[in-house]
Design a protein around this ligand. Structure first.
Ligand code: NAD
Ligand code: UDX
Length: 464
């Protein structure tokens, strides 16, 4: 079959796989290939058990794989054969050298650019889909134009705004698609070609275009704004606990102002995931690099509040359980950084579990999708950890439950049955504020929500 467009994506991760599956699904006349240096990952994409869990993903991969969606290991050949190349490799925080702990590690991106230059035999449109520091396209262009041949490359920026757990919904019906390009004749032509791809299923008014630097920067800023809302409400949760206010009620009252909006105002144990912390720290680094220390400090505080919130959660567990956790069993309900994903990157559960183990608690971890990743994250831990998928079995014999992930499943458990199977006094720390706290208190739990008064059966010192 002759395909209208031949598209390659380099990087078959959480973004490359689902976003390309969506293009293949919506554009049957295009051939879409996703390639990766990680051959195990490619094998998994070609198997019945995909390497990424996302509601709805299996379905569209089943419909397209082998027809117009392919997962491949031969990156060199794929570069030769395709005209449009999305680059969707990882851009983690640098762990070494200048900027360690803040700047983005661009080595995977640069290797990809060099490979594209080396193996290309015809003109290409190269699209940055990875999240990158502003001005990365310039480095990309310089590498791509350093060849001896006459092949032309046009670099575009098309950051991805999907969130994990809702990736398919977000990709199918995004709030917007952003395409940044050079404002030259060839830049505008390449931009039009990418607009053409998305126009297959996305309304014109949602496809926005901009200059290439605005596009690169918008992605970092979008994540910073979202994370800032979470840190703002989490900071207020600390005040609510002191002032006997209820953070959910405050969030509702504030969020009903249409200028503020109600989303992303759920207080909890802090944000996790591979993006928020990494991208804010990258923004902080850029601000410092450009000599804007006040701006850098402002954004860094979003990350600091996030760390503070996790620290507060631990302090609360320790304080309410009589200042000792040694030998006590604590059941962690949920290890994924949010519901509907098996991803545990930067999950607050990792840090909290490590802290509980440092107090010599025994930790029993339960999660419907993330137990494999949890075991990898904690492989170096020497403390006692058990992994039990069934929440009832995991909780039995424990002194405390700590809810870390907002899985729907945890809202529907039979907490009476769980209470009966636990050691008394039984403690419940709801790190996501997803349960009916009054009901749990009436069952017999001592309940500690976030940003709301604790409900405890112990008499205060004034009463006793
Ligand atoms: P990931 O780690 O899941 O996937 C990246 C893949 O790139 C890996 O499989 C890796 O093997 C591959 N890779 C690295 N170097 C390569 C090379 N030279 N050639 C071929 N393959 C190579 O990462 P991800 O979560 O998919 O994120 C990718 C990018 O998208 C990052 O910049 C991230 O910030 C951004 N992003 C992520 C999300 C998200 O929710 N995960 C959302 C929006 C944007
Ligand atoms: C985020 C952005 O939302 C997405 O647009 C971008 O492309 C990638 O980064 P993701 O990290 O997958 O997506 O999930 P998100 O839904 O943003 O949640 C991030 C973290 O914030 C999770 O740990 C979540 O539990 C937490 N969160 C979110 C809260 O604690 N409270 C909220 O109100 C919202």
């Amino acid at each position: 079959m002759k395909f209208q467009k031949k598209i390659l994506c380099i990087g078959a991760g959480y973004v490359g796989g689902p976003s390309m599956a969506m293009i293949a699904h919506k554009c049957p006349d295009y051939r879409v290939t996703v390639a990766d240096i990680n051959h195990e990952r490619i094998d998994a994409w070609n198997s019945a058990e995909l390497p990424v869990y996302e509601p709805g993903l299996d379905d569209i991969v089943k419909k397209t794989r082998g027809k117009n969606l392919f997962f491949a290991k031969d990156i060199e050949n794929q570069i030769k054969e395709n005209d449009i190349i999305f680059v969707c490799v990882n851009t983690p925080t640098k762990t070494f050298g200048t900027g360690a702990g803040k700047a983005a590690d661009l080595q995977y991106l640069e290797k990809t650019a060099r490979q594209i230059l080396q193996y290309s035999q015809s003109p290409k449109i190269v699209i940055e889909k990875s999240t990158l520091p502003v001005k990365t396209a310039l480095a990309m262009e310089r590498i791509l134009s350093s060849g001896k041949g006459k092949i032309t490359f046009e670099v575009l920026s098309n950051p991805e705004f999907m969130a994990e757990g809702t990736a398919i919904k977000d990709l199918e019906n995004p709030d917007r698609v952003l395409i940044g390009s050079r404002e030259t004749k060839s830049g505008l032509k390449a931009r039009a070609e990418l607009v053409d791809i998305y126009s297959n299923w996305i309304p014109q008014e949602k496809i926005i275009t901009s200059n290439i630097w605005s596009s690169e920067l918008s992605k970092l800023v979008a994540n910073a704004f979202l994370a800032q809302r979470v840190s703002s409400i989490n900071s207020i949760s600390a005040l609510c606990e002191k002032a006997d206010a209820n953070v959910a009620e405050v969030a509702r009252a504030v969020g009903m102002d249409s200028r503020v909006g109600g989303k992303f105002l759920n207080a909890g144990i802090g944000f996790g995931g591979s993006c928020f912390k990494k991208d804010i720290l990258n923004l902080v680094y850029l601000c410092s690099y450009y000599g804007l220390p006040e701006v850098a400090d402002y954004w860094e505080s979003v990350v600091k509040i996030n760390e503070y919130q996790q620290e507060r959660f631990i302090a609360n567990i320790l304080g309410s359980m009589f200042n000792t956790l040694a030998g006590k069993k604590i059941c962690i309900l949920g290890f994924a950084f949010k519901a509907d994903t098996g991803d545990t990157r930067e999950s607050p559960a990792i840090y909290i579990t490590r802290r509980l183990l440092a107090e010599h608690a025994e930790v029993i971890i339960s999660d419907p999708k993330a137990l494999k990743n949890a075991a990898l994250d904690l492989a170096d831990e020497e403390g006692k950890i058990d992994y039990i998928e069934d929440a009832y079995r995991a909780a039995a014999g424990c002194h405390a439950l700590a809810i870390m992930t907002d899985w729907d499943l945890y809202k529907k458990l039979d907490y009476k049955k769980i209470f009966k199977s636990m050691v008394k006094p039984a403690f419940l720390f709801d790190g996501r504020n997803i349960l009916d706290h009054k009901k749990c208190f009436e069952i017999g739990f001592n309940v500690y929500p976030i940003g709301k008064p604790a409900l405890s059966h112990f008499k205060t010192s004034q009463e006793s």
